[in-house]
Design a protein around this ligand. Structure first.
Ligand SMILES: Cc1cc2nc3c(=O)[nH]c(=O)nc-3n(C[C@H](O)[C@H](O)[C@H](O)COP(=O)(O)OP(=O)(O)OC[C@H]3O[C@@H](n4cnc5c(N)ncnc54)[C@H](O)[C@@H]3O)c2cc1C
Length: 306
């Protein structure tokens, strides 16, 4: 069980940094607490007494969102539920609503934040690979001599392995900025040990843009998690598919490509099979949502994977 003596809810970044400085070494940052609370359960960390919890989820800056045709800025406290509720976000980030709908349950989705998902750095985190597919950067802030200093890092570099990130001592993740990809078809494929409240064993985010005729792949973004210690962008597969005419044969070739990247410590054969199936299903679904010409995909392949 998690026990704290004080639960602070700073109303600004300045207040948060002041609390972090005052309680250095005896405090912990939380947002939705949906990773922190289960971490402190019996069998994992056990009974944990953290004297001061600093809840950053009510800081207005961390709740700001800006969406235009090219870029999206998401405050770190943006909830996973937002991707289901906000049509502008759903349009700019077409795989995110599909990620959100399979994320935990109604209650957790409202609490869970993108900042917590990223900083927790679980190989099973679902929002992180989706955001990596959008070329996301994280914005990190700290108090330096009374002024707020900010820096940026690519999200793909920020997540360094299970529970390891580039977050420095005294820093907060304030925002995520990424490409807006309206007009892309999005899909998110995920599998785990059970059907509901499932934590991913493997998940894949796919974003596809086709030409006006629905034949040629003009652009695509692929990011996968659960096959190794950190999420990966499938750059080689992207390069292989970009500019090609959509066909069942092409997608089958692409689906075989990520197999050598499977480096998880357990169930490698199973994961390789899953990755192949997800590549086919993800590409077919995303292509269909991007307006694919039905003649470009064979009915057999669609029936098996779409
Ligand atoms: C029942 C259940 C089901 C779940 N299902 C899923 C699922 O389907 N997919 C999935 O990916 N996850 C799932 N999770 C995990 C969890 O909900 C997510 O990872 C969530 O996004 C964490 O966000 P949070 O704000 O609750 O994190 P917290 O628990 O508040 O924080 C997590 C970590 O991030 C740090 N942190 C948070 N915000 C900041 C910040 N702004 N700056 C610096 N550090 C920060 C905290 O210090 C802590 O180390 C599930 C959890 C539960 C309990």
């Amino acid at each position: 069980m998690l026990i704290c003596d004080e639960y602070l809810t700073p109303a600004s970044l300045d207040e948060a940094f002041a609390a972090m400085a005052q309680h250095r070494g005896r405090s912990r940052i939380v947002a939705g607490c949906t990773d922190t609370l289960p971490w402190a359960r019996e069998g994992r960390a056990g009974d944990v007494n953290i004297p001061v919890l600093i809840d950053v989820s009510r800081i207005p800056e961390l709740n700001e969102r800006r969406v235009d045709e090219r870029r999206v800025r998401l405050g770190a406290a943006t909830s996973i539920q937002s991707f289901l509720d906000d049509p502008a976000l759903a349009r700019a980030l077409p795989a995110m609503p599909r990620c959100a709908v399979w994320f935990a349950d109604d209650q957790i989705r409202v609490q869970a934040t993108i900042g917590g998902n990223i900083v927790n750095a679980s190989p099973a985190a679902d929002a992180t690979p989706c955001l990596i597919a959008h070329e996301a950067e994280v914005e990190l802030a700290k108090n330096e001599g009374g002024k707020i200093a900010r820096r940026r890092m690519k999200l793909a570099d920020f997540v360094q392995g299970p529970s390891r990130t580039g977050l420095a001592d005294g820093e907060l993740l304030t925002a995520v900025e990424c490409d807006a990809l309206p007009g892309y078809g999005g899909s998110f494929e995920k599998v785990g040990h059970r059907r509901s409240l499932v934590i991913s064993l493997v998940c894949l985010a796919v974003l596809v843009k086709l030409d006006a005729a629905g034949h040629t792949i003009e652009d695509l973004r692929l990011s996968i998690a659960g096959i190794g210690p950190r999420p990966l962008r499938l750059a080689q597969v992207e390069q292989f598919l970009r500019g090609q005419a959509l066909s069942a044969g092409l997608l089958e070739q692409a689906a075989d490509m990520p197999a050598p990247l499977v480096a998880s410590r357990t169930r490698q054969e199973y994961r390789r099979e899953v990755v192949r199936g997800f590549m086919l299903r993800g590409l077919i679904n995303a292509a269909k949502r991007a307006g694919a010409d039905p003649a470009a995909l064979t009915p057999e392949l669609e029936a098996a994977y779409g």
